[in-house]
Write a protein that binds this ligand. Structure first.
Ligand SMILES: Nc1nc2c(ncn2[C@@H]2O[C@H](COP(=O)(O)OP(=O)(O)OP(=O)(O)O)[C@@H](O)[C@H]2O)c(=O)[nH]1
Ligand SMILES: [Mg+2]
Length: 316
């Protein structure tokens, strides 16, 4: 059986091998990975792509496990992918996920793939786009992409997914948490996790604070007003409600999802073209020499920036 057939028939080892190929940066592997993606074709199945972020320790892994098990009960096939902002942070969360998502990782209907170690965020996000295509072709119809919220990774994950969940936990205070406004505004659902035991009361305050804050923000989607809910990934309380909100989102989005995904692809293409053009400029020795010359002219003020850039691109 070819790898393609293996992947399409749900062979997890074939899928894992294909992802390893996608993650490789060896030029011949990159060729093979591109050919693989192109041979998959598109799936007609409806899929849900869910992005999840939150500060370290808010309970992302615990939540993904609980929510993923819930989704399995509802008949979904669940794939969990991770996008780590940097290789230095990567190791820790992979270790955490292996122990925290134990039940989910043992279930044959679920597939968990930690973020590749090493590599910059842009590269990891780019490959994750292809990995999503791959796991969807393999039959997974709920794809969860998790990232630790420490920088640009939230934006990258939101650009890869249909719905973006931001996880918070009741902190020491009960005021708005130190989440950047821009990140909050990306969220389709803000979940205040750890709403259990002694933290339940604080969680309620955090919910109402964020509802008030969000009511001042213009919704980023025409078809959806972001929601704020409380839950406990540990006890499972509130997870039914979360499932309903996610379902309601995809119901509301159904007429808009294709357009949203097309816009995401278009912007990924623009980024990729810029990346490729830059890589080509740097790889070409003549162009490199030209750049060095132009840099000299520019610093001697013999040429305008605009003309220097134009000549660098045109090669003249
Ligand atoms: N009380 C309570 N504790 C929770 C809940 N969810 C997670 N925790 C605990 O919070 C700690 C961190 O949980 P994780 O799921 O590892 O958090 P994470 O966001 O994945 O952390 P990183 O991967 O390090 O970013 C663990 O000790 C969990 O048991 C919850 O709903 N209630
Ligand atoms: Mg984790």
């Amino acid at each position: 059986m070819s790898d393609i057939e293996g992947i399409l028939s749900g062979d997890r080892r074939a899928l894992a091998r294909a992802i390893t190929l996608l993650e490789s940066s060896r030029p011949d592997d990159e060729e093979r990975a591109a050919a693989l993606i192109e041979s998959l074709g598109s799936t007609s199945r409806e899929t849900w792509r869910l992005g999840i972020s939150g500060a370290p320790g808010v309970g992302k892994s615990t939540f993904v496990e609980a929510f993923g098990l819930h989704a399995l009960e509802q008949g979904k096939q669940v794939a969990v992918l991770a996008v780590d902002p940097s290789s230095t942070l990567g190791g820790g969360s992979i270790l955490g996920d292996k122990t925290r998502m134990e039940r989910l990782s043992r279930d044959p209907r679920a597939f968990i793939r930690p973020s590749p170690s090493g590599g910059e965020l842009g590269g990891v996000a780019r490959r994750t786009r292809d990995v999503i295509t791959l796991v969807e072709a393999a039959g997974y119809d709920l794809v969860i992409v998790e990232t630790v919220g420490v920088g640009q990774s939230e934006t990258a994950v939101a650009a890869l997914t249909d719905m973006f969940l931001l996880l918070l936990a009741p902190g020491a205070g009960d005021s708005l948490q130190g989440v950047k406004r821009g990140i909050m505004e990306l969220a389709d659902l803000i979940l205040v996790n750890k709403a259990d035991g002694a933290l339940a009361e604080t969680a309620r305050h955090v919910v109402s604070d964020h509802r008030a804050a969000l009511s001042l923000v213009r919704p980023h989607e025409s078809f959806w007003t972001p929601r704020v809910e409380a839950c406990s990934a540990l006890t499972g309380e509130g997870l039914d409600a979360v499932w309903e909100v996610v379902g309601a989102y995809f119901e509301a989005a159904s007429q808009h999802l294709a357009k949203k995904r097309r816009a995401q692809s278009a912007s990924a293409l623009r980024e990729e073209v810029v990346r490729l053009a830059t890589a080509r400029l740097h790889a070409d020795p003549e162009r490199k020499a030209l750049m060095a010359r132009l840099e000299g002219e520019l610093s001697a003020s013999n040429i305008s920036l605009r003309n220097a850039a134009r000549r660098a691109l045109d090669g003249g």
